[in-house]
Write a protein that binds this ligand. Sequence first.
Ligand code: ASP
Length: 439
Amino acid sequence: MSITVVKFGGTSMADAKAITQVADIINQDKRRRYVVVSAPGKRFSQDHKVTDMLYACYHDLQINGECADTFNKIRERFKGIVQDLGISLDIDAYLDEVERDMHKYNSAEFCASRGEYLSAVIVAKKLGFDFIDAKDLMIFTDNGEFEAELTNERVKQVLNNVDKAVIPGFYGADASGIVHTFSRGGSDVSGAVVARAVGASLYENWTDVNGFMSADPRIVANPKPIEKLSYKELRELAYMGANVLHPESIFPVRASGIPINIRNTFCPQADGTMIVPELDDSELNKRVITGIAGKKGYSIVYIEKSMMNSELGFVRKVLAVLEYYNISFEHLPTGIDTMSIIIPDSELAAKEDVVVERIKSVVRPDHIEIKSGISLVATVGHGMSYKPGTASALCGALAKENINIRMIDQGSSEMNIIVGIATSDYERAINAIYHAFQK
Ligand code: ASP
């Protein structure tokens, strides 16, 4: 029988009611044999995610040498869940062990990982599945790099002998047993890693929305849901801020072509979004664009120099300055005598002046300035490839709204047009583009 790997996010773990719903979903389909879970998330908008509380514990430990107040809130949260589930589990013993170990290891990553650990212990008990600790599966190097191939072998080997298991997401360990985590939201990556290793025919990622929307519903009223999208479209949209799925989740499943199905724990009858290796022609002909996503918080380093195009090594010298200051950039549109480097503000922070001075001394530009307050909006879709008129419709929609395009970049795959605009125009720009394509 084929295998489905399922991953449940923070809201699906938030309380006993949600976990009971999770157990029902798993029990409905025998193929759902390997379960990856997040730490309990928010139950209501003012609530705290357990992972955030665990980072706060680490912070308390650094400042006061203890974290009893914050940890007690976490303790109450887990005790409440176990009590309401009515399972017989000595959760206090686990919580005592976690509190002790947090003092012992005294690392932010270790502290943060304990939410997933405790979630998985509880869900395993509720389902009667084995608990397999992620520290014995996910391999990291000493400096926290994830070892994809070694992990794949390890997970294959361990799970080969386990019929049904619950595995904590988000973390793993290095050879000396020190815990490391993926970046925030990383349980999605853990799920994808398990799906690859067990040769799953489907990776279901259960969250609290009915899949990907073609635009952010906080910005566009009732955006159309996306039924199907390709790995590449997902990567573009997720990277550019559509945060339903961690942008790196695609890598483990890509090689084996395992589809990812985004589903809603609280509306299991909805089909959600299917993410597939390639879209077929009928799908491509249905629509020009698949979705729009965007991010705020960018600056443009704008450089002008006459005859820049004929000066050998110009771009390399400028980029070497960024590399020297450990700054990564996102886009680099160039003209004959101009170049613009689009950089996230978080990368540039406090280094603006030194970077400008250094570029001045290295390439002697006629003019250099940093323009801040920029947002990027990505319009994504295989449907636009090789079709004339997409950029024109997009620019026309922005012009009609009187929005000035500060930068425009179309990837050579032609599945993606990115515009840089003033952050004050951000919401209006997304609405304008959305309505230009969704008639
Ligand atoms: N609990 C972690 C976070 O909040 C990881 C995850 O949920 O995927 O980022």
